[in-house]
Design a protein around this ligand. Structure first.
Ligand code: ADP
Length: 486
């Protein structure tokens, strides 16, 4: 089976969040299953620095200017790269500038990514021929299925929603200018309240839609989690064209027994070295190492979605009430008021709270290896990866019961592996943290939970098999017919 993944991020080449981890791992595991899985990406400057050898496949004039399609291989990944320096050769984040302002030509940049993905899937690389599946990820590649439909292509399309809150809505986007049929601009198409939505295009025109956990797949068919797409997604669910497949973790990268980024390796059976990781981190951040205290961490984009404000409020309340009975380290970047808030908390109690504002892959490994618990108080969470890393490294997750967090972290039932709260209130989160601290004090019980969590299976093998099953079970002709009748 020939599969082309289209995405705007791919670890280890370019990453801002979990999407990159998925696109960097899934194709490799699909290759292990005997598929020919490739990835198409913009040739950002960050990629130019890492990939030394590429082969030009073709050069063409496009609606977004002169483009060369290149092929390269990198650490086992087979890549198509869209070489258009005027669009992609920018330092830093793939989506916005240093002031967090979206690039003004994002419509062109990601329409071109979608167009090139559809073209390669439809056989533009004559050596590779047509793909069996075009698997597009998130709004940046949502138009790919629209191009395939416009061309009458027989390539099957799958669209995976990693986060429905980001929709790629563009005002005044002229479909003819980006080489699509203007007739697609209608409710039964890619129009969304008078604008063009790339995400809606992906949901509407793809043969199959998936998202990254079963609970999220169900949540997004309803208000408010559907963010305006709930009606369309509920229809897809009724047609059995909406699936939830939980992400896995790449155990070559996230494995405490072999991880080269942490001070000492450890396993479920030999947890002693985890304490060395904990003390190293505490020392590196200048935290008090003389007191025996549990260590809580958070590793996250600092966006409203992640509920970091609930945690900051809770920490501040604890400081006002006399201090913490645990220690806390945060690694994250994003909204300025949250960055400032955590820096302020660390300034108030530098012996127990530390903050690192920025993006740091190595530190994220060190923190999850050091921690007794990892907190993820998300307002919504399609899948979430950090709780899975936490489980693998014996950092028990403290999570809100939503999306993929609800599918992977349990409290008070069989298979208890963390601490779960229900409501978006700092108080509810605070009670979950208190339960963690109380459990931690009973070291025997806590270590038994850690050991069991570390032995859980969250591998990509399982997810890759589930995707394959979805591709194989899908009858393209009947689905297309249903789509036309919608
Ligand atoms: P999302 O994709 O919504 O950001 P996920 O939990 O699915 O959330 O994935 C987040 C990924 O990004 C994880 O691999 C996490 O370790 C990583 N990450 C987030 N913030 C940082 C940071 N500041 N430094 C290093 N890694 C980070």
């Amino acid at each position: 089976m020939k599969i082309l993944h289209a995405a705007s991020e791919c670890f280890p080449l370019i990453k801002t969040g979990g999407l990159a981890d998925v696109v960097g791992a899934l194709p490799l595991y699909q290759q292990n299953l005997g598929c020919d899985a490739r990835v198409i990406l913009p040739f950002y400057s960050a990629l130019r620095e890492k990939i030394s050898e590429t082969h030009a496949i073709f050069r063409t004039d496009s609606f977004a200017g002169d483009v060369t399609l290149r092929y390269a291989e990198y650490q086992g990944l087979k890549l198509y790269l869209i070489d258009a320096p005027h669009l992609y050769d920018r330092d830093g984040n793939p989506y916005y500038d240093c002031y967090y302002r979206d690039y003004s030509d994002n419509c062109n940049r990601f329409a071109l990514l979608s167009w090139a993905a559809a073209a390669i899937a439809d056989g533009a690389d004559q050596l590779w021929g047509k793909a069996d599946i075009l698997h597009a990820h998130d709004w940046q590649t949502g138009l790919a299925a629209a191009y395939l439909r416009h061309w009458g292509s027989s390539v099957q399309s799958v669209f995976t929603i990693h986060n429905i809150a980001y929709q790629g809505v563009f005002i005044g986007c002229d479909l003819a200018r980006i080489w699509l049929d203007p007739m697609m601009f209608q409710m039964e198409g890619l129009e969304f309240y008078g604008n063009v939505s790339f995400l809606k295009a992906g949901i509407f025109y793809s043969d199959q839609v998936s998202t990254v956990s079963q609970t999220y797949a169900s949540e997004i068919t309803r208000y408010p989690a559907g963010n305006g797409m709930e009606g369309l997604l509920a229809a897809r669910k009724r047609e059995k064209r909406l699936t939830g497949i939980l992400n896995g973790i790449d155990t070559d990268i996230w494995n405490p027994a072999t991880d080269e980024l942490i001070p000492k390796n450890f396993t479920a059976k030999k947890l002693a070295n985890k304490k060395i990781c904990k003390n190293t981190l505490r020392r590196n951040f200048g935290l008090n190492t003389r007191r025996r205290l549990p260590l809580l961490v958070m590793i996250s984009r600092l966006a409203e979605q992640k509920g970091a404000d609930l945690l900051a409020r809770n920490l501040e309340n604890r400081l006002d009430a006399g201090g913490l009975n645990f220690q806390f380290v945060i690694l994250g970047s994003g909204e300025k008021y949250l960055e400032d808030w955590f820096n302020y908390l660390a300034w108030r109690d530098p012996k127990n709270i530390a903050s690192y504002i920025g993006y740091n892959e190595k530190l994220s490994h060190e923190m999850v290896a050091a921690a007794d618990a990892i907190v993820i108080p998300s307002r919504f969470e399609p899948c979430g990866l950090t709780q899975l890393y936490g489980l693998a490294y014996g950092a028990l997750p403290i999570v809100r019961r939503t999306g993929g967090l609800a599918d992977t972290v349990f409290e008070g039932v069989d298979g208890e592996n963390g601490f779960v709260f229900n409501y978006e209130y700092e108080h509810d989160l605070g009670l979950a943290i208190d339960r963690f601290v109380a459990t931690w004090k009973n070291q025997k019980q806590f270590e038994a939970m850690q050991t069991a969590a570390m032995q859980e299976e969250h591998s990509w093998e399982k997810a890759a098999n589930n995707y394959l099953e979805m591709y194989l079970s899908f009858d393209i002709k009947s689905a297309k017919k249903e789509g036309e009748e919608l």
